[in-house]
Ligand binder design. Structure first.
Ligand code: ZN
Ligand code: ZN
Length: 585
């Protein structure tokens, strides 16, 4: 009975994709903010039925053009996103009602929008150099669109942050000078990021953050390793310090605990140690759920549900009355006993339900990050692949589409699902109705698979809760099928640790190094790539040529589109749009 129910849940999630496809016969807006705030980038998401240029503009109520967001954006089939900061030629639009207009060669659609009060913006950010030495200090010239509070910190290669100063910035340009020292000591040589934060005077809310990469190069003579650990700034949580238990009021004392390990994929060792650590699961069937209660009493309010066998709980305290205080994300599905969609919850369960388990598979483990929409595959302590994925896209009607975050075991192989003509292959269960599987496809009349509507959405939220993984092979031949072939076998006895990181407000994706290499085929290739070789490019064009990330937006490379095989770096505007959407409550 439970087994059949489980399959029905999955199939109904899959068939739920259909209305979305059916609607994609014209241009349509998917989402944009109810009110745009000049100075804050917001994504405008729309679907397009065809490839080709579209124009996105803002019209005022007398019919005049107020802003052209994009004169000629090369839309692709499916979902497209453009970020806009509510300005035109650096000027904030006046507050009021406007019309957002999107036109292609075939049609024009409009929507009503509102422009709200402007946030302070930088009107000038000028650096005299990007290399700093004691003898060659840096001059930073700044101005803002209105008086605002400025904070300047610098972040080092080890993640430590040092405050450099704060004050009020106005329309009048101000210059600050820095010689690479804090507290009278030189920082060790290396690559640093300058973080300039503007806060609204009245509210203290963050209005905008500029990140600038720079290098300290004193030739090593004044390097002082102790500086890094002595003076890290404790005042605020830095974006890379967020842990899965960020909302918790409790202190974690467990070693390598998922709940206490920062969600920083660049820290390979910390992530691997966390992936190999044991976890506490509910000792019941993998398709059953148990309730978490507000009090150590099953007559009290049930506040969350936890899936058996595969989902971990963070055990905070074992009481002597047979109950334990735990925290985890509620695994509520549309038919669950408690409707708390992915809510980080703290409450009580019976201690005798808990069992500590280590991952059975000590070779492989995986992280899915909802912020970056990537799956990171680890093998023997090293990250060996970064694959494109799509986690759940919730909406007001279906809040349960949000993929439930947490620490899990990949626990059973489900295989292929079919609903009418839409299929998901290589399904592996990790949380009741939530599975990891290949990006779904339609069947073409000639028997081939059609991924046209689903594949372009990889790298963004799109599913009804399951996690879709790319089917195109990365340069090492890794895709969802590879995971199935190499990791699934024997999964019943060798559970695989699989964690999902929540995209809390405040988490940010760091901008790539300006010198990071981006690859392309100068012989007419339309895509850009992550590596010198790519399975998406014919052998005769390999190896690919490279250019530095800092030249990405120059005319020569501005039109290149991301390859769907090799999960290349995102463009600055795309990262900024994600970061702006996660900048705070
Ligand atoms: Zn812990
Ligand atoms: Zn590629």
């Amino acid at each position: 009975m439970r087994k059949i129910l489980g399959i029905i849940i999955v199939v109904s999630l899959v068939s739920g994709c259909f209305p979305a496809f059916a609607q994609e016969d014209g241009l349509s807006f998917v989402r944009f903010p109810a009110s745009f705030v000049p100075g804050s980038i917001s994504p405008i998401v729309f679907t397009s039925p065809a490839e080709g240029p579209v124009k996105l503009e803002v019209i005022d109520l007398s019919g005049n053009t107020a802003a052209v967001i994009s004169q000629s954006y090369e839309a692709h089939i499916g979902e497209n996103a453009l970020g806009w900061d509510g300005t035109y030629y650096g000027e904030a639009l006046k507050e009021g009602a406007y019309i957002l207009r999107l036109s292609s060669a075939a049609e024009t659609i409009s929507a009503d929008i509102t422009i709200g009060g402007a946030l302070p913006m930088f009107t000038q950010v000028y650096l005299s150099d990007t290399v700093v030495t004691v003898d060659h200090p840096l001059n930073i010239t700044l101005s803002a669109s209105m008086p605002a509070d400025l904070t300047v910190i610098v972040t080092g290669p080890d993640g430590a942050a040092y405050p450099l100063g704060s004050g009020t910035l106005s329309e009048t340009p101000a210059t600050m000078q820095w010689d690479g020292r804090t507290g009278g000591q030189s920082l060790p040589d290396g690559d640093y990021t300058l973080e300039l934060t503007l806060k609204e005077n009245a509210t203290g809310n963050i209005a905008t953050i500029e990140y600038i990469d720079l290098t300290i190069a004193n030739g090593g003579e004044s390097a002082s390793a102790s500086v890094a650990s002595d003076t890290p700034m404790q005042a605020s949580i830095l974006p890379h310090d967020f842990t899965p238990a960020y909302p918790s009021e409790h202190t974690c004392t467990h070693e390598n605990c998922y709940w206490n390990t920062p969600m920083d994929i660049t820290n390979e060792k910390a992530v691997w140690d966390m992936l190999m650590a044991p976890m506490w699961v509910i000792n019941t069937d993998q398709k059953k759920q148990v309730k978490m209660y507000a009090e150590p009493d099953d007559a009290s309010e049930a506040i969350a549900v936890i899936t058996g066998a595969s989902q971990s709980v963070h055990v905070l305290e074992n009481l002597d009355n047979g109950w334990s205080l735990v925290e985890t994300y509620s695994s509520s599905f549309h038919d669950s006993a408690v409707k708390a969609w992915n809510v980080f919850s703290t409450g009580y369960i019976k201690t005798n339900l808990l069992v500590e388990k280590s991952p059975g598979n000590k070779e492989f483990a995986m992280v899915v990050d909802k912020l970056t929409q990537r799956l990171y595959l680890f093998r023997d302590g090293k990250m060996i692949a970064e694959l494109l994925c799509s986690t759940g896209l919730a909406n007001q009607k279906q809040p349960y589409n949000e993929t439930r975050s947490g620490e899990f075991f990949l626990i059973s192989a489900v295989g292929e699902f079919k609903s009418d003509n839409l299929r998901c292959s290589f399904g592996i269960r990790f949380n009741s109705g939530d599975l990891l599987h290949e990006v779904p496809h339609l069947d073409n009349a000639d028997g081939t698979n059609n991924y046209r509507n689903t594949e372009p959405k990889l790298g963004t939220r799109a599913s009804h809760g399951c996690i879709r993984i790319q089917r195109l092979k990365n340069p090492d031949g890794i895709n969802m099928r590879w995971i199935w072939d190499n990791i699934y076998r024997g999964i019943a006895s060798k559970t695989v640790k699989f964690v999902v990181w929540e995209d809390y407000q405040g988490r940010q994706i760091p901008l790539p190094d300006p010198d990071a290499k981006v690859y392309y085929n100068p012989d007419g290739g339309a895509n850009y790539h992550a590596r010198e070789t790519c399975q998406g490019v014919k052998d005769k064009y390999l190896p690919l040529s490279s250019f530095p990330y800092s030249e990405f937006e120059t005319d020569r490379y501005a039109k290149l589109t991301p390859c769907q095989y090799c999960a290349p770096l995102r463009r600055v505007a795309e990262i900024n749009a994600i970061n702006e959407a996660h900048q705070g409550e």
